[in-house]
Ligand binder design. Structure first.
Ligand code: GSH
Length: 210
């Protein structure tokens, strides 16, 4: 059985959960409690020395330690429905948007949250090494998140999906990131009508309630 190391409240493992659901892949789930620091303990370190979730263990014992690997693996093993694109052009467009959503969206939220939350003092970056917060980065992160929402809104002005003319991994990443922005108090509003329409359409998919 495939095993997903998950944390119900964290955005990155939600990406893997939605992907597994969209592909219809049977799996079991192990919760890792990030609030109590379980990811840094010896037991989880043996699973994933990078001390992050998600991680995915295959039936043969191969452990994949990030969404990039999990996505590549699942697409290879369960090609239907294709979520990374079919033609070279479509693959390129999806990869480009997925990267932008991670870099300009998810990492901007992380920058804002992890450099300001008192509970994350010295945990400004994930992983086994502690890093101090830099308050200016929190401010910059917040500005970047607001800009990211405008970019996505503009992108969706005449489109139903972020990267392609069909649902793709970029839509999964974007839903997770847009929802997670609430931790820095950025939300979809009337200034983002296209983003709002797209988010409401995405909510029709059962996977998005995970
Ligand atoms: N590259 C990873 C990033 C995963 C990541 O940052 N996970 C966060 C939860 S969203 C985590 O494990 N945080 C542990 C910590 O804060 O110490 C991926 O996308 O799979």
């Amino acid at each position: 059985m495939i095993t997903l190391y998950d944390c119900a409240t964290a955005p990155s493992p939600r990406r893997a959960r939605i992907l597994l659901a969209e592909k219809g892949v049977a799996h079991e789930t192990v919760q890792v409690d990030l609030r109590s620091g379980e990811q840094l303990g010896d037991a989880y370190r043996k699973v994933n020395p990078l001390c992050t979730v998600p991680a995915l263990r295959t039936e043969t014992g191969l452990v994949l330690t990030d969404n990039a690997a999990i996505t590549a693996y699942l697409e290879g093993r369960f090609p239907e429905p294709p979520l990374l694109g079919s033609t070279p052009e479509e693959k390129a467009e999806i990869a480009s948007w997925n990267w932008r959503i991670e870099f300009d969206g998810l990492l901007a939220i992380a920058e804002a949250m992890r450099n300001s939350a008192p509970a994350m003092a010295n945990r400004a970056l994930t992983g086994p090494v502690d890093y101090a917060q830099i308050p200016e980065l929190a401010q910059r992160g917040l500005a970047r998140v607001q800009q990211f929402f405008l970019t996505l809104n503009e992108r969706l002005a005449e489109r139903d999906f972020i990267a392609s003319d069909r649902f793709s991994i970029a839509d999964i990443t974007a839903v997770v990131v847009v929802d997670f922005a609430r931790v820095v108090k950025v939300r979809v509003g009337e200034q983002h009508p296209h983003l709002q329409r797209w988010r409401e359409a995405m909510a029709q998919r059962a996977s998005m309630s995970l």
